[in-house]
Design a protein around this ligand. Structure first.
Ligand code: ATP
Ligand code: MG
Ligand code: MG
Ligand code: MG
Length: 561
């Protein structure tokens, strides 16, 4: 590709509202342009990266024998009424009406759509196990779209769905998808940790998130020193940044349960400034209690505040009010669809984590109703552990480390929730009708690209992981009027293009401009053709190298490979 013909509108400065480095660089490099809040155009450079990521995904799904298909974006609300999710999904859903006044929506995820197809087209255990996937645009009217592709209102997701006749089949499908996802992230150069997660509006008890550690991440994961335990600590989004020193946490023991409908009231209730409330978790501990944890100072990685609210009060609140209380759309799901939550609490490791988080085992102070073993009835529940890698650690092997990170993928053992509500049955070996057992698996494709950038920043640009780099080789000719340089550049362009994606900077602009742009293209291999062209010598540089190195043209092939 000739750069003179390529459309790559680079900018010196990122827009003022861009906070995330990946957002800044993708705008500055001409990868993306915002069309409206949280909605982006993928310019040629960005689209190349996107297509490469999609191709990796296609290959890895092929390897586990999962066929690709494509669902519509435009969906009838009736599908979601059938599953019972329509009232739960809340304001994140883009809803619309057609000319006949029929309620419709733009798909934020496609469990219902896939289940419906299976319900109508799969009859026998002989047709299972089967999985399907698509790579498709999703629509979510996020409360705060931000950080470029990290949190969009329109974004691209790979979503796979598995259908099984036995629990064992589901386990196998889950493991296959998990392995495929790991391969995808590895090939895309995104460092991820699988962690225990909240299942949100999805339902199902068993889910694993793939978390990519990065400073800009909106999630916080807790991992132990040995790496045998990892969980998404917060199941909510950041409300505000932590600005002031915490007050004496002992004070919190004194406050009583109260009705709350805003962050301000919650703050008042806890005797803390509203700015203190950075993160919260809301879930049902047992029939009576709802638990709200407020995370404190990020710097010292400690949780200072915690309190138990009355479940009935929280239940009485509308989802919108709950979102306000907790800062989390998922928080709102707690009281409605809480089956998963008490089970999580019943898990010993999570319980230990919780006790650690609220300081229940500390000697100098203790929160009321904070110690789960002491204050709550706890059931055994082993299933959640299968979402984790390895065995959980006993409490004495804490402490845990907290890391901010980006949720790039999320996989669920859904069980029979959708298939039961939507009538996806099959006839088993004995001719008996059974509900299909389901799983779902999602990667935020566009978010993953931002995560890759966040994890591969250089001082002036991006060091793209090779498999998703927009171009593998960036050929830069210093002086366009130099015939020797032109001859060598054209020769190399031709030869290398047979094997690699080559961008040839043939523009008649100053070398400084070319190098600045090259930092933003972030190709793994940069070849500069300058004065030494007459001796068949070029300069090579990788984005993470401090300086370029001279090598002969003969050595190039080995260097690139
Ligand atoms: P988040 O907690 O960040 O809001 P989610 O849990 O709501 O994400 P899922 O429903 O699990 O998201 O969707 C599967 C994947 O889609 C996520 O793991 C994430 O990578 C991606 N994703 C979700 N929301 C967005 C968004 N607004 N913009 C970009 N990618 C997203
Ligand atoms: Mg979300
Ligand atoms: Mg999430
Ligand atoms: Mg998720």
């Amino acid at each position: 590709m000739r750069q003179s013909k390529f459309f790559m509108p680079t900018l010196k400065e990122a827009p003022a509202d861009a906070v995330a480095e990946s957002h800044k660089l993708m705008i500055r490099g001409g990868y993306i342009r915002q069309v409206t809040a949280g909605v982006y155009a993928y310019l040629p450079l960005g689209y190349r990266v996107l297509r490469k990521a999609e191709r990796i995904m296609e290959e890895e799904m092929d390897k586990i024998n999962v066929p690709e298909m494509l669902m519509p974006h435009f969906l009838p609300a009736s599908l979601w009424e059938e599953s019972g999710r329509l009232p739960k999904y809340g304001p994140e859903m883009f809803r619309l009406k057609d000319r006949h006044d029929r309620e419709s929506l733009l798909g934020p995820t496609h469990e219902e759509t896939f289940t419906e197809i299976i319900a109508k087209n799969l009859k026998s255990y002989k047709q299972m196990p089967i999985s399907l996937y698509q790579i498709q645009t999703k629509f979510r009217d996020e409360n705060r779209p931000r950080f470029g592709l990290l949190r969009g209102r329109e974004f691209i997701m790979l979503d796979a769905y598995s259908f099984a006749s036995t629990r064992e089949q589901l386990d196998q499908q889950f493991d296959d998808e998990k392995q495929a996802f790991k391969n995808i992230f590895r090939r895309a150069g995104v460092d991820v940790r699988p962690v225990i997660a909240d299942s949100g509006t999805m339902g199902g008890k068993n889910s694993t998130e793939f978390q990519a550690p990065a400073a800009i991440g909106e999630d916080t994961i807790a991992t132990n020193e040995k790496g045998t335990y990892a969980a998404n600590l917060e199941m909510a989004q950041s409300i505000d940044t932590f600005k002031q020193e915490p007050e004496d946490p002992k004070e919190l023991n004194k406050v009583a349960t109260t009705g709350m409908d805003s962050i301000e009231k919650l703050a008042e209730f806890l005797h803390v400034p509203a700015t203190r409330i950075v993160k919260s978790i809301l879930f049902i501990a047992d029939d009576q209690k709802v638990l709200v944890l407020i995370r404190g100072d990020k710097e010292i990685n400690e949780v200072k505040l915690g309190h138990i609210l009355d479940a009935d009060e929280v239940r009485a609140a509308t989802p919108e009010e709950l979102i306000e209380i907790t800062g989390s759309a998922k928080g709102a799901v707690g009281p409605i669809n809480a089956d998963w939550a008490d089970k999580i609490i019943a898990d010993e490791t999570v319980r230990n984590l919780y006790n650690f988080v609220v300081g229940a085992n500390e000697t100098d102070y203790q929160f009321e109703n904070a110690n789960l073993d002491r204050d709550f009835k706890v059931d055994e529940f082993a299933d959640i552990r299968t979402a984790n890698e390895g065995e959980p650690d006993p409490v004495d092997q804490l402490p845990l480390q907290f890391t901010t990170s980006i949720e790039v993928g999320h996989i669920f053992k859904l069980g029979t929730y959708y298939t039961t509500t939507m009538g996806a049955d099959f006839l088993d070996q004995n001719g008996k009708t059974q509900p299909v057992i389901m799983g779902s698996y999602g990667i935020g494709v566009t978010r993953m690209l931002s995560a890759a950038v966040e994890q591969h920043l250089t001082e002036n640009g991006i060091a793209w992981p090779r498999e998703i780099a927009p171009f593998t080789v960036h050929l830069i000719q210093m002086k366009m009027k130099d015939e020797t340089q032109t001859n060598l550049a054209e020769k190399l362009e031709k030869e290398l293009s047979a094997k690699y994606d080559v961008l040839y900077d043939d523009r008649n602009v100053r070398p400084g401009v070319k190098f600045n742009d090259a930092d933003l293209v972030g190709a793994p291999i940069r070849i500069t053709i300058g004065r030494d062209a007459s001796e068949n010598i070029v300069e090579v540089k990788q984005p993470t190298d401090d300086k370029a190195t001279k090598i002969s043209v003969e050595e190039l092939e080995a260097y690139i490979a």
